[in-house]
Design a protein around this ligand. Structure first.
Ligand SMILES: Nc1ncnc2c1ncn2[C@@H]1O[C@H](COP(=O)(O)OP(=O)(O)O)[C@@H](O)[C@H]1O
Ligand SMILES: [Mg+2]
Length: 360
């Protein structure tokens, strides 16, 4: 069902993005492609593309979702990997033979645990996965969802570069909402970064056009056997724009509590979610909190760099250097709260504006 909440896992629940899905599956299957990167703002449908594509490709995979266990901490990597390995071993019993030989790993039945948590064990596991893939004449996909979070694990980019260069039985897929941070992790412009210069195939998940958003809502209501009025659909699109996530959430609620309440509920829940995301961004930028919030409030309508500067100085009643302003805007774009399109800055998501209204 299109309006089911949560990450989509099957093609029949996955609306549109046929070309992105087709490309993704093709590149997954192409032996030469070493790394695929999926980019897009929050709630664009990256995780859904990842899941549906992996299922469609029928390839064996390890999927580590940095957000699965709450806010990411480096040590979680072992639990994420153990869980994913267990799932894979259940499907492919031949894997057991390879993993049994890894020191630091305990296997009972299909339950896998890291008894020694250290880089050598991690490296060894990945090596064995590659060897298993080669022995089965398959590539195993190592997929990292919200991959930029893994930068918090010491030298993880180095580990990935090693996999890229030497483990041809493994293929990398990285997806991320904080596109600027992900690029930095990939060493895009840093010649000394471990992953620098490694070719990768990029897939960008864009927002839906207004037209497509309308088609999505109509198809979703049809599927759930609910009638929706044209003016209600157009109001929903005005409020939620082409955000896959908010449109899904609106559709889900509208099928249960009707249009008006669904709009309210989605705004309410969505703004709270965005507020939490903004709070964690601001938590390590305390001194500039007011400035960031003021900029975001200004961006409720798209502005050029100079317009932001003028507006911000008027708001704060003091001068801001060009360098500072560029830094703030850069950070907001890098972390996926704002976008820079056609020489104007705008909010990435319509609910950022609502979230900011609640914040001081
Ligand atoms: N192509 C799609 N068709 C139907 N629903 C989708 C699609 N893409 C995303 N969704 C819905 O939108 C929400 C956000 O999707 P998700 O894949 O988690 O996005 P992201 O990983 O980019 O944050 C989820 O509720 C999901 O069900
Ligand atoms: Mg996701």
């Amino acid at each position: 069902m299109y309006f089911n909440l949560g990450v989509k896992r099957s093609k029949q629940d996955f609306f549109n993005f046929e070309s992105e899905l087709g490309t993704f599956v093709r590149e997954l299957k192409s032996v030469e492609t070493r790394m695929i990167v999926i980019k897009g703002i929050r709630r664009a449908g990256k995780s859904s593309l990842l899941r549906v594509g992996l299922a469609e490709s029928k390839m064996p995979y390890l999927l580590l979702d940095a957000r699965a266990l709450g806010p990411f901490s480096p040590d979680q990597i072992y639990d994420l990997l153990a869980g994913s390995l267990s799932e894979l071993m259940e499907k492919h019993r031949t894997l057991k033979k390879f993993l049994e030989r890894v020191k630091g790993l305990s296997i009972s039945g299909v339950e896998i645990e890291f008894v020694s948590r250290g880089r050598p064990t991690l490296v060894e596991v990945l090596k064995k996965m590659g060897a298993w893939g080669e022995s089965e004449d398959k590539q195993v996909v190592l997929a990292l969802d919200e991959a930029q979070e893994f930068r918090l694990f010491p030298k993880f980019d180095g580990l990935l570069a090693h996999v890229y260069d030497y483990s041809t039985g493994l293929k990398l897929v990285l997806s991320g909402s904080e596109v600027g941070v992900l690029d930095e992790f990939l060493g895009k412009e840093k010649a000394k970064a471990p992953l620098f210069g490694r070719p990768c195939f990029e897939i960008k998940m864009e927002r839906l056009s207004k037209e497509k958003a309308g088609e999505f809502l109509i198809a979703g209501f049809e599927e759930s056997k609910k009638k929706a009025k044209a003016d209600e659909i157009s109001e929903a699109i005005d409020v939620f724009d082409g955000s896959m996530g908010w449109l899904t959430s609106y559709g889900y609620h509208a099928s249960r509590v009707g249009h008006k309440k669904a709009i309210e509920k989605t705004i309410q829940e969505g703004a709270k979610l965005v507020e939490d995301e903004l709070e964690s961004f601001l938590a390590i930028r305390r001194q500039a909190r007011t400035r960031y919030l003021s900029i975001l409030k200004l961006l409720s309508s798209p502005l050029t760099w100079s317009e932001v500067k003028r507006g911000l100085m008027a708001k704060l009643g003091r001068t801001i250097s060009d360098k500072q302003l560029s830094h703030y805007l850069h950070e907001l774009v890098d972390y996926g709260f704002a976008i820079n399109e056609c020489n104007k800055y705008a909010l990435a998501d319509p609910l950022v504006a609502r979230a900011c209204l609640r914040m001081r």
